[in-house]
Design a protein around this ligand. Structure first.
Ligand code: CP
Length: 365
């Protein structure tokens, strides 16, 4: 595990870090089972132009595929007694969360496994930096630490884009408002691919609060890039505006090319993957969700409903789950659930993302 420290004030970069090099005896990053039997992806060429990971809309299928293959390699590294990823050595990674997180935050911390990597974890209230200028001033102070990668979660959609265009460090969006959560989407694609092989042509049904879901937006980008057949289903008030019945608003690009189904039973028929979304109670002030009990009755995924999907269909959830509301405890912990696997795959995916960005930076040194 990398040296990890929590910080409440602007920390200083340790003197010894700049002198740390890559040992020639470090294990090579060789995936044990890289998909398709290909060589370990080193992101040569692909990473050359990518400074940030803000959403999957600007990823090509090829680039997503390389990250998924690299995550295979990272899982192999994680299984070793000595865990080292040479490219992360000597790098400084700052995780900055302005909103609660358990899974994402911990998996980024676990992803920084090299003892030569400096990891600084900070939390803050978004209230203290409620204007773009205040946020930028804070981040410029942090930049004095010579941060290589900033992993950032923020309640305001677009905040990581603003930051990325104003600082030199690479930025990874760890969830911004209701907009995007690209590393969650990558770990979801990775989990699907490990079970189903090629995702192209597979029916993926996403159920629930799509209006407020940054996970769903990024998932749909990724799934469409990989050629999946995406169906969405939820209460009309929790669908993105352009997908609501009778809406004259154009749908945002994130949700084009998908099928919208009113009845959950129909949406589940023939599904290879069933993804239930968390009802985000903290985002329901606008009254889009009048009644939790009714939601659960009409849209909750239980054993009877899951049986409508293809035999052995995967059941997924980004977490944290509201058991008994969007998902029954029986299926959440049943044989078809891969929800814990999603969490553990998050470490390998985040390692792959950090590795990609640091490899790019190192190439530019
Ligand atoms: N899936 C997800 O983003 O979980 P956390 O909010 O716990 O990070």
């Amino acid at each position: 595990m990398a040296r990890t420290r929590a910080a409440t004030t602007t920390p200083e970069r340790p003197q010894d870090q700049a002198d740390q090099g890559v040992n020639s005896d470090e294990p090579a990053l060789t995936p044990a089972r890289s998909a398709g039997g290909s060589q370990p992806p080193m992101f040569g060429g692909l990473s050359g132009s990518r400074k940030n990971v803000l959403d999957l809309d600007d990823f090509s299928k090829e680039e997503i595929e390389h990250i998924l293959q690299s995550a295979d390699g990272m899982n192999e590294v994680l299984s070793r007694d000595v865990r080292k990823t040479p490219t992360l050595r000597g790098k400084t990674i700052l995780t900055l969360f302005f909103e609660n997180s358990t899974r994402t935050r911990v998996s980024f911390e676990q992803a920084d496994i090299d003892p030569g990597t400096e990891v600084v974890n900070m939390s803050s209230s978004a209230r203290g930096v409620s204007t773009g200028e205040a946020l930028l001033n804070s981040l410029r102070k942090l930049e004095a630490m010579k941060v290589d990668v900033l992993v950032m979660r923020h309640p305001h959609s677009g905040a990581p884009y603003f930051v990325a265009s104003n600082i030199d460090a690479a930025v990874v969006n760890a969830g911004d408002g209701t907009h995007a959560h690209p590393t969650q989407a990558l770990l979801d694609l990775y989990t699907m691919r490990r079970h189903l092989g090629d995702i192209a042509g597979k029916k993926v049904t996403i159920i629930g609060d799509l209006h407020f879901s940054r996970v769903a937006r990024s998932d749909v980008w990724g799934l469409r890039k990989m050629g999946a057949d995406v169906t969405v289903c939820g209460p009309p008030t929790l669908l993105p505006y352009g997908l609501r019945p009778g809406s004259e608003r154009a749908e945002s690009a994130a949700f084009t090319g998908i099928k919208v189904v009113d009845r959950v039973e129909e949406a589940l028929e023939g599904a290879d993957v069933v993804m239930t979304l968390r009802i985000q109670k903290e985002r329901q002030d606008s009254g889009n969700l009048p009644d939790l009990r009714e939601y659960s009755k009409l849209y909750g995924v239980n054993a009877d409903r899951l049986a409508l999907a293809n035999p052995g269909a995967l059941l997924m959830h980004p977490g944290p789950m509201n058991e008994g509301i969007e998902i029954s405890s029986e299926v959440a912990h049943g044989a078809q659930a891969v929800i814990e696997e999603q969490v553990s795959n998050g470490v390998a995916i985040r390692m792959a993302v950090l590795y990609m960005l640091c490899a790019r930076n190192r190439a530019g040194e």
